[in-house]
Design a protein around this ligand. Structure first.
Ligand code: PEP
Ligand code: MG
Length: 934
């Protein structure tokens, strides 16, 4: 049948491409580096086989076959089937069994396996190859009738559900009824006869649901199962999961056909899942669970409560020792913590899977540090292994300790995923989505979760389940998506239909909509909404160690956006190396200041005009002189207050640069709302005061249809120069005062919204005049840097001219995004933009069409980054040592930070809370670009 061969590990194939890689008898055609083609599971099995570890023989059908299957309209590639049969013949030879052979039946599992682990999101079928005849053979060979019928009834139900698409509940019902009739809670309480009767009932269910008999031909079963696994790649939960994890939809899944080994062949058999280190704490001990006399699905689904892996040492000491040794070998081999699946069949250990373990943020940090100390990985690798989102998690809120102490505990469960979650209880994933859509915060409460619950888990604040262990679906998924989770709270009875949960220990219950608080770090569930406190960075020495290493590898500095001394101090404790943006107008809004600002704004235009006339030598009336005096007095008070603010900030950032931006927003933002004032005056009618009427007239005169593109930024300073003057004086006098007191303030003054070089040149002249006056008055020289924001596309395109007047550029990517896309930053995110990202369903289409891959106000868009790159090149052409930073929201977003590294910025500036994340992301970006340059 051979027509062509593929280089490397040769394998004849009838299909036009090589779609199959087999393993067994200590050799494998693939290896651990082939995850793209073989998926994680297939690559892991190949690698383990090569390393001489005990694996059951089998073969992988590649992800390419999956993609070709879909490209051909859900048809297997031509003659792939011949190759599958050939590979099956090989498995038969290696296992010494025959597929469909009643005398010595070979049974297989058909398992999904994508490049990236997608726990439980795709389908797997076990015990394939069973029918009435092979079942007899299996029973004869094992001498265990109950085992045979148990395997068969599992197979019919699983195949029915996954391959034939029959609703799972239709198989659960007869099982539950049978258990009830036999007065047992556990599956193991059913006899062989019970199971035989169940098989008959299951087959009836299949006939009713599909209109045909359950397929008994093993090859037909195999054909259907392969297609079903391919199809599960585009199943809803797999799709949802990929969306949330940003995994590409075009990778496809591989299919692994693996000889079945049985953990349910008696007390000397078992199956389990274990991690080579504790995935919650990072502690270097074997961590996991197993069940004797059970199949793998029992462990993962949390149907029976498993034993700790350490008990295996007592139950089956030899198998345990071998497993422990293999775990260590795999950890050394992959240089990472492994998540292992194993089965013991009559005392013999088989390894079914190895993959890098998902872990909590705490564990990730501890494991990375331990592995550096053990000499297993380098510091660079340690930094690369922490995900930015994990740093965010470590800085996540905890319950306020006093409130926690006083709280009423409803129940306790396993501390499956750390963090504090507060929300209203909902009992189904769909309700979770619905409630969150209405703006509510929810905790998803389930008896146990299944992959179908993923959409609810993704939107919930936290997750609570009554059944399942630390490796159950709820626990694994919650850890991965960083949600607090309490799992397996056995005292809790969850009635999803009745929308109520009750603890048989505390006697307390809660219903839908009741507030509960879930502590995923301790496993406690409390009544009500407990207050939370920020996680303290200071208390996390291991995180600080990792970030300290990150600092060694970073090229870009990390600065912060802070407007107050407290914020500056906090950011500094997080490792900020400067202030990249101090928005001075935020200081205008507080307390008495707003009144002063309002007073000044109301007469600002008039006073400015009068000053011009006065300066031209015109005689002013007494009233006019009084207006100027009133304006100057208000501005003077503001100046004094601002100087105090700046002194505080300079002190908090002593020795580090502080970029102070002059006033930016349109002035009407500081005045009462136009509509409200209009209503007030209209309602009052003749009774309206002159003051209110005048205020209304001023607001109306300042009203703009499009204020974001109106009189704001540097334009404002040019229309009302006193704003520039007063703020310059406040900054420089603060600098002089702090310096006099022995400090080391480093002021940088930044002009916003420059689109034309003349705007900057004129502002500069104004500012320098004032600086000179300050110097003369104080009798000292003041040092400060003068620079600008680049946030208007024209500014970016003419950055070479602008750089003549600017010692630094700071990219205001909030405005730059707004103006590049033409999306209002005030309105778009609450409107169409979210739908652009989710996908828009066009007339006649079923599938949504995604207009934008991400929200460009969160993650820097490539076109905006392109404008930045242009500005950087042009700016440097004029002024090679120009300092370059970013202070838009993107400065704290890891993906955007990577782009800033590529553009060659000197620093990113972000909110204080994001400084630690930015330190890590900047290091990872630098390490990856160093790797690329090699
Ligand atoms: C920006 O536009 O990116 C910026 C930092 O300024 P603001 O958000 O204050 O407009
Ligand atoms: Mg801006």
């Amino acid at each position: 049948m051979a027509t062509t061969t593929t280089p490397g590990t040769e394998r004849a194939h009838a299909a036009t491409k090589r779609y199959i890689y087999a393993w067994g008898d200590g050799s494998a055609e693939g290896d651990g580096g082939m995850k793209d083609l073989l998926g994680g599971k297939g690559a892991g099995l190949a690698e383990m086989t090569k390393a001489g570890l005990p694996t059951p023989p089998g073969f992988t059908i590649t992800t390419e076959a999956c993609n070709d299957y879909f490209a051909a309209g859900e048809k297997l590639p031509e003659r792939l089937w011949d190759d599958v049969r050939e590979a099956m013949a090989e498995v038969e030879r290696r296992s010494g069994k025959g597929f469909g052979d009643p005398a010595n039946p070979l049974l297989v599992s058909v398992r999904s396996g994508a490049k990236f682990s997608m726990p439980g999101m795709m389908d797997t079928v076990l015990n394939l190859g069973l029918n009435e005849e092979t079942l007899e053979g299996l029973i004869k060979l094992t001498g265990n009738e109950r085992f045979g019928w148990d395997a068969y009834r599992r197979f019919v139900a699983m195949f029915g559900r996954i391959v034939l698409g029959i609703e799972g509940g239709r198989f659960d019902k007869p099982l539950e009824a049978k258990k009830k009739a036999r007065g047992t809670d556990a599956d193991t309480g059913l006899t062989a006869d019970d199971l035989r009767e169940l098989v008959d009932e299951y087959k009836r269910v299949v006939r009713e649901a599909t209109g045909r008999d359950f397929p008994s031909d093993p090859y037909e079963q195999l054909d259907l199962a392969i297609k079903a696994v391919f199809a599960s790649w585009f199943g809803k939960r797999a799709r949802d999961y990929r969306e949330s994890q940003k995994i590409a939809h075009d990778l496809g899944t591989a299919v692994n056909v693996v000889t079945m080994v049985y953990g349910n062949m008696g007390e000397d058999s078992g199956t389990g899942v274990a991690f080579t280190r504790d995935p919650n704490t990072g502690e270097a001990t074997l961590f996991g669970e197993y069940l004797t006399n059970a199949q793998g699905e029992d462990v993962v689904a949390g149907i029976r409560t498993p034993s700790k892996i350490s008990h295996l040492a007592d139950d089956m000491p030899e198998a345990y020792e071998e497993f422990r040794r293999i775990g260590q070998q795999l950890e050394q081999h992959y240089r990472d913590v492994q998540d292992l699946e194993f089965t013991i069949e009559r005392g013999k250990l088989y390894m079914l899977q190895t993959r890098s373990a998902k872990r909590t943020a705490t564990a990730a940090v501890k494991i990375a540090i331990d592995m550096v100390e053990e000499g297993l990985i380098t510091k660079e690798e340690a930094v690369g292994r922490i995900e930015p989102s994990q740093v965010e998690q470590l800085l996540r809120a905890q319950f306020e300790p006093k409130a926690r102490e006083a709280a009423t505990r409803i129940a306790k469960g396993l501390n499956a995923s750390p963090g504090a979650a507060v929300g209203r209880a909902v009992f189904t994933a769909d309700h979770a989505v619905e409630w969150v859509g209405r703006g509510e915060k929810v905790v998803l409460v389930r008896e146990e979760t299944a992959p179908d619950d993923f959409h609810g888990m993704a939107v919930a604040e936290g997750i609570l389940t009554a059944r399942g262990g630390a490796t159950s679906h709820a626990a694994v998924v919650a850890r991965q998506i960083g949600k607090p989770c309490v799992a397996g709270s056995a005292e809790l009875h969850v009635d999803s239909a009745g929308k109520v949960a009750r603890s048989n220990v505390s006697g307390l219950e809660f219903g839908e909509g009741d507030w509960i608080s879930v502590d995923g770090s301790t496993g406690d569930v409390f009544v009500g909404a407990l207050p939370t406190v920020e996680a303290r960075f200071e208390d996390q020495p291991e995180l600080q160690t990792i970030l300290g290493w990150a600092d060694e590898f970073r090229r870009m500095e990390v600065w912060t956006n802070a407007d107050k001394p407290e914020e500056a101090a906090q950011a500094r404790s997080y490792g900020a190396q400067g202030i990249g943006l101090c928005r001075t107008e935020h200081m205008f809004r507080e307390g008495e200041r707003l009144e002063i600002v309002r007073g000044a704004i109301l007469i600002a235009n008039q006073a400015t005009r009068l000053k011009t006339r006065r300066d031209l030598g015109e005689e002013l009336t007494a009233d006019e002189v009084a207006t100027i005096a009133e304006f100057d007095a208000a501005m003077g008070r503001l100046e004094a207050l601002q100087q105090g603010d700046f002194e505080g900030i300079f002190r908090a950032m002593d020795g580090l640069p502080v970029v102070v931006r002059l006033i930016d927003p349109p002035l009407h933002e500081f005045l009462p709302n136009l509509e409200e004032q209009l209503v007030k005056v209209t309602k009052a009618g003749d009774q309206a005061t002159t003051e209110d009427r005048e205020l209304l007239a001023t607001i109306q005169s300042m009203h703009e249809q499009n204020p974001m593109l109106g009189l704001r930024g540097c334009r404002l300073g040019l229309m009302i120069p006193d704003f520039v003057k007063v703020q310059t004086r406040a900054i420089l006098n603060a600098q002089i005062a702090v310096k006099k007191a022995g400090g080391n303030p480093k002021a940088k003054i930044m002009i916003p919204l420059v689109g034309h070089v003349n705007e900057l040149a004129a502002t500069r002249a104004l500012l320098e005049g004032e600086a000179k006056a300050v110097e003369e008055a104080a009798g000292v020289n003041v040092e400060y840097a003068f620079g600008t924001m680049i946030e208007v596309p024209r500014g970016a395109l003419t950055a070479d001219e602008i750089a003549k007047h600017a010692a630094f550029f700071s990219f205001g990517t909030n405005d730059l995004t707004q103006m590049t896309f033409g999306y209002s930053r005030d309105d778009a995110e609450g409107g169409f933009l979210l739908r652009y990202v989710e996908g828009v369903i066009l007339p006649g289409d079923k599938e949504p069409f995604q207009i934008l891959p991400v929200n460009p106000f969160q993650t820097l868009d490539d076109a905006v980054a392109g404008l930045m790159r242009t500005a950087v090149e042009k700016g440097r052409a004029t002024r090679p040592d120009i300092e370059l930073g970013i202070c838009g929201e993107h400065g704290g977003d890891p993906e955007s930070i990577w782009k800033c590294e590529a553009i060659g910025l000197d620093y990113v500036s972000c909110s204080p809370f994001r400084v630690p994340v930015a330190r890590l992301a900047a290091a990872q970006a630098a390490l990856s670009s160093a790797e690329r340059d090699k």
